[in-house]
Unconditional design. Sequence first.
Length: 239
Amino acid sequence: MNNNTYDFTNPYELARYVRESVKVTPVTLYIRGNINEDALCGYEYYGASGSYTVFTEASDAQALIEAERENITSYRIVQDRRNSAIPLIDMLPVNARIEPGAFIREGAIIENNAVIMMGAIINLGAVVGEETMIDMGAVLGARATIGKRCHIGAGAVIAGVLEPPSKTPVIIEDDVLVGANAVVLEGIRVGKGAVVAAGAVVTQDVAPYTVVAGSPAVVVKNVDDQTREKTEILDDLRK
């Protein structure tokens, strides 16, 4: 599928992308026995002399097992998805630090020197700006847009706007800190340099250089030198 034919900023286009995607259930089949290697033609497999690792679709794995059942001593099928529409992003071209256990779907944009920590989930259409850190277990929904040099705290949720669709995505402007376990709801804009306190639930736009806290979040102060000291972004973590 050519991703360039879809506008990933549009929730209806994203839904069309999911609908038109070929749904796959990839598996890894480990198989032992006196297998007829002719039966493996057309499969991606590795091994020889009675022990093979086969990468294929679930239905094709079952077909191979049925065809070679009399020759199979033992087998194991390993899978991590079912009828999946969108693959994970190809990380090799991404100029960022991505730690193990992060899940980033194809269609997300990860800009230069961003940091994606363990367990973070980034949905299709989301954008992570330059030098922004997405901390452990944070979730960025579809089309969530995060600016440059932000920090999205551990366990925070930046809501997606794929279903139900919304006119605008969540937009986090540059130099924003979102504290651990905070939630920013659909359609909200958080202004440049703002701070969202840990555990806050943001239900309305946040003005630049303000600090909000609580559920629902309200302005508690303007960003001052004390706030900046507590929310300092460390360059060394982005090298």
